[in-house]
Write a protein that binds this ligand. Sequence first.
Ligand code: GLA
Length: 738
Amino acid sequence: MAIYYQHEERLFSLHTEHSTYQMKVDDLGYLLHLYYGAKITGNMDYLLTYYDRGFSGNPYDAGGDKTYSLDVLPQEYPAMGTGDYRNSALIIRNSDESECCCLHYVSHKIENGKYSLKGLPAVYASDEEAQTLEILLEDSVSNVQVKLLYGVLEKEDIITRSAIISNHGNGSIVVEKAASACLDFVTGDYDVLSFWGRHTMERNLQRRAIEHGSYSIGSRRGASSHQYNPAVILAQRDTTENYGKCYGMVFVYSGNFLFEAEKDQYNQTRVIMGLHNELFNYPLEQGENLVIPETILGFTEQGLAKLSMQFHRCIREHICRGRFQYQTRPVLINSWEAAYFDFNGETICNLAKDAAELGIDMVVMDDGWFGKRDDDNSGLGDWQVNEQKLGCTLGEMIEKINVLGVKFGIWIEPEMVSEDSSLYREHPEWALRIPSRKPVLARNQLVLDFSREDVRNYIFDSICGVLDQGNIEYIKWDMNRSLADIYSMENSQGKVIYDYVLGVYDFLEKLLQRYPDILIEGCSGGGGRFDAGMMYYTPQIWCSDNTDALDRIRIQYGTSFLYPVSTMASHVSAVPNHQTGRRVSLHTRGVVAMGGIFGYELDPKTITKEEREEIKEQIVQYKKYEELIRKGYYYRLSNPYEDLYAAWMFTSENGDRALLNVVILENHSNMAVNYVKLKGLKPDAIYEDTGSGKKYYGSALMEAGIPMPIEKEEYSAYQMELISVSNEPGDCLRRGFD
Ligand code: GLA
């Protein structure tokens, strides 16, 4: 049992293996938050303090008690209009135009299993793995009800939160702001670790202190965005990789979001994760409800490394689904950086021939195979195969590829339409745009109104028409612009931004139901929609349009804090790199791409014979390590923003096998030696480096580290596989690689 309710004290305690979350219904019927942190026993309501605080209002039902104020008390789901002047989790505009919602406890329910959310992705778990707590709150004047949902995955040290807002009153209301999780801390100094970025440089780590005032990150782009990822860590000031208390908050949603962190007048901290309130005014008629996307919460007192592992497991085991959740993913070669739009059927078949020779499993035909699409100015929406360009039917081409023993995958961008397309000429009203204005263009394309079922159905049918033409085993689902002109010809405007995302989910769900054997890779100009919501449908996502190995090290480092390696697609591309112009050795590019789901993004015709041989070897190596990389424990061993080297490693669950990866980031004359300290090994075990045959104690590698060679080459990379061996150390060396 993970969820306990103490009737007399009206106390809820949610216990995971190492954490406790506690709240209570107080004498006035408000749901107050008491505690979230390391496991404790007992009633934490002694933490609540009551003083007469100037300019902090008192609810009428406090009976004139000036020491009772919701402006000061820690709350579970603070709503606007109650005398709490901090950030609100909920703002409701009532039918009388007032903005007030005063929620009191009504009832609760505890059940085995994990709740699911209608139309939205959410953590799933069996009845043995999880429990659900449902707390019903109500505003007795407007009859607005809020159902707070808590899922507790005891073994995973994970608690999920969501909310369902329903209108049980007579008039219509508007939800102006709604979050799924709020955490109030009466004490403590915290930092926020967030992941900011831009197209081709996503998820850079930023750590900043929560000071007085309010700090927020979010997206108004209709997608979760390259700019701010909907996942943050709240860490006590002294928390490091290996030490200290920290909380993760991952929003399971792929659209606009808002995360707010605030230190109040009494040094209390409030953090909120939910839907962005801008471009959002969700009307609810009598009897209607709105489901707020889930936030996954995790806590550990063992530092960031441990927190990352909790989230990796949770997302891999309880968000990702379907046939490919645990399955080896194909090593693929993608036509994008190999040919861009400049290809025909022969080009793709040649890529497949190269793939067969090199040991690559699959060829992916990227953008440019449909409608009139020889550049990015036209064709989107016209999902008909351009047989003239291919020189044959799609089915024939796939057959030729399959005969070589190579699988075939295809790129699509279902949410978009080009102005220059038959679809747009026929249905301009299907695009999101404000009738009286010229739309904002991006990549010369517009966004289809996916909040509309008729629009989705049309695109679904035309894409199925393509997928049914042959043995297609993989789809890359792209989304190459941010939304603007949030205006639907059919839907009510305040709903569009949310209903759009639910429309995307609905489409993806139908696609998965119809094609359960097709692997779908998510993409939005690389990692513009790299979030746990998409991972529910697409177990891997193109991490970034930046394939430069050095930049990728940082991108993958930032991504690793809350997302598992099994979700990060990563390819070896040509040099000089197309995004940065940098030259990095093929070996280093390979080692970096093996920090994710591996593949290629280059034209094998342009490389030397030696490089082809090296690629063959690279694929053999990757396949040897693949399971360890995809399923193993992942450890960050350095900070590539600060250290002269980047290092990360994987260990098997039982610690018997490990793979160390190191890239030297800076070379200097006569430089000092870099020692890399390993993690996650069994201290008393003896490990053999399968490359050199040398043996080391686990404790030695973890405590003293291993010296990296100094080479006169930029960005040299090292990979070392370690296997625990039972025999005595014998020749256990004190030297490092040589
Ligand atoms: C996006 C993707 C790329 C490629 C192009 C095609 O930018 O991230 O990988 O598919 O679109 O237009």
